[in-house]
Design a protein around this ligand. Structure first.
Ligand SMILES: Nc1ncnc2c1ncn2[C@@H]1O[C@H](COP(=O)(O)OP(=O)(O)OP(=O)(O)O)[C@@H](O)[C@H]1O
Ligand SMILES: [Mg+2]
Length: 254
């Protein structure tokens, strides 16, 4: 059994009077795909935002590699090795795919021009084309603004960006929701490759066959709390559904 890389303990998140998380716990391990599933509104995206620095939990603890961390911002999370594909896509629509891949990590030009803030666009484009090729992202052009690409292509770029930079954890909040059959298969292949590099991949999906095919573990969230955990391979679809609907509860409310 691989080690627990990310350990969220008893997180709560209040938005005014709404309790999006009510003591949710979650664990992800290096070199495994952990699926985070639950009905609409269960708190999955909120949990991901809290674990990737986009939101601050109201209470609870987050441990990375056994050490408590405070992820004050997405930048802090990225520095800690955590990358995220958000459900509400966070790409910069006015920039091209290569620029999106290097957003926040631009390569400066060599010498004085670089010191003056000039970017090495040719080098970034070259590396971006190589990464897109490696990850099976097919784009007609890497030089048009990403806002003019299809929704699925944008999603593919967001997935590529996350896996290129992640060193510890990748969260993917419904990364295949807008994808066609072939692109979906590619993303699932990418997920397996990233997992095999020893990264903890966290997949949120409503597609249960997809969840069962790719996950090493499955954690179920319901009404802002984890209610059940399963080992991927020998999980039955009806058990997942039962946990999501509240018919099956493994972890009693505190
Ligand atoms: N910014 C916010 N302000 C107020 N309430 C919020 C906010 N974000 C989420 N919520 C509420 O928190 C609860 C959990 O939402 P969340 O988006 O985490 O669910 P989810 O499990 O990701 O659902 P889905 O499967 O539909 O994406 C919902 O009741 C939602 O309305
Ligand atoms: Mg969501």
């Amino acid at each position: 059994m691989s080690e627990i890389l990310l350990d969220a303990v008893d997180l709560t998140k209040h938005y005014g009077s709404v309790e999006a998380l009510r003591g949710a716990s979650f664990q992800a391990r290096a070199g495994e795909v952990t699926a985070l599933i639950g009905d609409n509104g269960a708190g999955k995206s909120t949990l991901v935002k809290c674990l990737s620095g986009a939101e601050q939990p109201t209470s609870g603890r987050i441990l990375l590699d056994g050490t408590e961390v405070h992820l004050d911002s997405p930048v802090a999370a990225r520095r800690a090795g955590i990358e995220t594909v958000y459900q509400d896509l966070a790409v910069a629509p006015e920039l091209d795919p290569a620029a999106n891949l290097f957003l926040g990590r631009e390569i400066p030009r060599k010498g004085l021009l670089g010191k003056l803030g000039m970017l090495d666009k040719a080098e970034m484009r070259r590396q971006a084309v190589a990464e897109f090729e490696r990850l099976g992202v097919t784009l007609q052009s890497t030089s048009v603004p990403i806002g003019s690409l299809s929704g699925g292509q944008r999603q593919s770029v967001a997935v590529a960006r996350s896996v290129v930079w992640a060193s510890k954890v990748v969260f993917m909040d419904e990364p295949t929701a807008a994808l066609g059959v072939l692109q979906r298969e590619r993303v699932l292949d990418v997920i397996k490759k990233v997992r095999d590099k020893g990264i903890a991949v966290v997949l949120i999906s409503h597609n249960m066959p997809e969840v069962l095919s790719v996950s090493d573990r499955i954690e179920v969230l319901r009404l802002g709390k984890r209610v059940a955990r399963f080992a991927g391979a020998d999980t039955k679809l009806e058990d997942l559904v039962a946990a999501m609907t509240g018919a099956l509860v493994q972890e009693e409310a505190a």
